[in-house]
Design a protein around this ligand. Structure first.
Ligand code: G6P
Length: 498
């Protein structure tokens, strides 16, 4: 049956692993979009999620299935899924170039402003090949979506892995209503222009193939509009949200007109499902972690952080700020513990492996400088454990979220909700979440290590009444626009032309 609602993303809602007999077994993934789509009341019988077969087990699982489709009732966990693999033109090599070299090493670096060396980036013949693989990858998605979509269907294309897909899909199926959503920041025009001109144009035109281009915060929408105007030379109109850089409920950022077609640029600030998170955060596995960690920490105060070990998360400067806090304020030595969960991410890339090693080295140095029998300044864990992350939130007196740049950062929303201690949020001005949470948080410039240390001290010494007032503000803001409403808002937007 042709689908009337399609979602496209690199990482899908389902992944496979091989069981003891070597047979692939499906497991549903987490994430806001998965729960939004499968939330109560939504009819998913004519929905289809198109994604990549990411692992060997995924590839084995789809082999021999007609069009790589996994039914909702099967391992699909309630959602029909189509996994693209070699038969669709995405072999392992093409995937690696598209995902590692272009999406994660180039576009991710540009949008997060991570290039800070005199030797990177380099756009040469090698990059031309990588870019060709990225185009192939995007075209495979466009072809599959075109094949699966019912007339007039709505298609939600996700993120920087798939910037070219909207235009490629429109060329094949002009009848479809297409949205593209960026879960990352968007680079300022000057920075975006470091991409070779033809590639910068292709990316912008790719996204403009959609009827709607959505972003998590007004400043990313503004940056996209700027790029369309200054890099592409498109006609741009700016509306409500992007003029108001403090708070606004408006979602309409503006429109871009290119060759007579209009694309609406919108802001949908994804929030969290507070009820679901509170329920998950009070289950026995979380509480037993909390008790075990509390037994080690005693009645000391906790500065917490939870991140993927991701270059944009700025864990190293966070540790430097903690070290400066202990040096400048020796009264905290022995009275505070930094609980840092830094779980692995994208270890196919050497930069990520080096970064993880750097984090561990620095943590060991801090330990060596300050620890004494019976007290260690840091509790650093580098493996992924969701219940332990939730327990860390519960223990937090202070939550440090200091990315150099981040589309939204849901830790800043989840942590305050679960903290049992009215955690004070020390938050980077460069996180998309600062737009909604800034007035309740202590904002820091993520590069300013001394300023971050000062904010940590202020957070640790804050009067209870102020903590409670700020915490109430954070909790209220975090629950606005939960995933199912975020999804509905985008689908509604597709009902009306730009
Ligand atoms: C983060 C970003 C998303 C991105 C995802 C990819 O969650 O916020 O924008 O799509 O990482 O992660 P992956 O593990 O699939 O590379």
């Amino acid at each position: 049956m042709a689908a009337s609602l399609l979602v496209a993303s690199n990482r899908g809602p389902l992944s496979f692993h091989l069981d003891a007999e070597g047979r692939p077994r499906g497991r549903r993934g987490g994430g806001g979009l998965v729960s939004a789509l499968s939330s109560a009341g939504r009819d998913t019988s004519s929905a289809l999620w198109v994604c990549t077969a990411l692992t060997e087990a995924d590839r084995q699982a789809v082999q021999g299935r007609p069009r790589g489709r996994i039914d909702a009732g099967d391992e699909g966990g309630g959602l029909a899924v189509r996994m693209l693999a070699e038969a669709d033109g995405i072999d392992a090599h093409t995937f690696s170039l598209a995902y590692n070299a272009v999406a994660n090493s180039t576009l991710w670096f540009v949008h997060h402003r991570l290039y800070a060396t005199p030797t990177a980036p380099v756009f040469d013949a090698g990059f031309t090949r990588e870019w060709a693989a990225y185009s192939t990858f995007n075209r495979a998605f466009a072809a599959a979506l075109a094949e699966e979509a019912a007339p007039g269907a709505k298609v939600l294309v996700q993120d920087y892995h798939l910037t070219l897909t909207p235009r490629m899909l429109r060329d094949r199926r002009p009848d479809l209503r297409i949205a593209h959503f960026s879960h990352t920041p968007w680079a300022p025009a000057d920075y975006f222009s470091m991409l070779p001109a033809e590639i910068a144009r292709e990316v912008l035109l790719g996204v403009l193939g959609a009827d709607e281009a959505g972003f998590l915060a007004p400043r990313w929408a503004e940056a996209f509009l700027d790029c369309c105007e200054r890099v592409l030379g498109a006609r741009v109109e700016r509306h409500g949200t992007v003029h108001d850089d403090v708070t606004s409920d408006e979602t309409d950022g503006g429109t871009v007109t290119w060759e007579g077609r209009r694309t609406r640029v919108t802001v949908h600030a994804l929030g969290i499902d507070a009820d679901e998170l509170c329920e998950r955060g009070s289950r026995p596995d979380v509480i037993s972690y909390e008790n075990a960690m509390r037994a080690r920490i005693g009645d000391r105060l906790v500065i917490a952080r939870v991140d993927r070990t991701e270059l944009s998360k700025n864990i190293v400067r966070g540790l430097l700020a903690y070290r400066e806090l202990l040096r400048r304020h020796p009264e905290w030595v022995g009275r505070v513990v930094h609980v840092a969960g830094a779980y692995p991410s994208r270890h196919d890339l050497p930069e990520y492996r080096e970064y993880t090693a750097h984090v561990q080295r620095l943590a060991a140095e801090i330990d060596e400088e300050f620890a004494f029998p019976g007290w260690s300044p840091l509790l650093l864990t580098v493996d992924d454990d969701y219940p332990r992350s939730l327990a860390t939130y519960r223990l937090a007196d202070v939550l440090l979220v200091n990315p150099v740049r981040d589309g939204m950062n849901l830790v800043a929303k989840e942590g305050p909700l679960l903290s049992q201690r009215h955690a004070v949020l020390v938050l980077s001005t460069e996180a998309g979440a600062a737009h909604e949470l800034g007035e309740h948080a202590l904002l820091v410039n993520p590069f300013d290590v001394s300023g971050t240390a000062t904010a940590l001290h202020r957070a640790l010494t804050m009067e209870p009444a102020e903590r409670e007032r700020r915490s109430a503000g954070l909790v209220a803001a975090a629950g606005a626009l939960p995933p199912h409403e975020w999804l509905e808002a985008q689908l509604r937007g597709l009902d009306t032309p730009a």
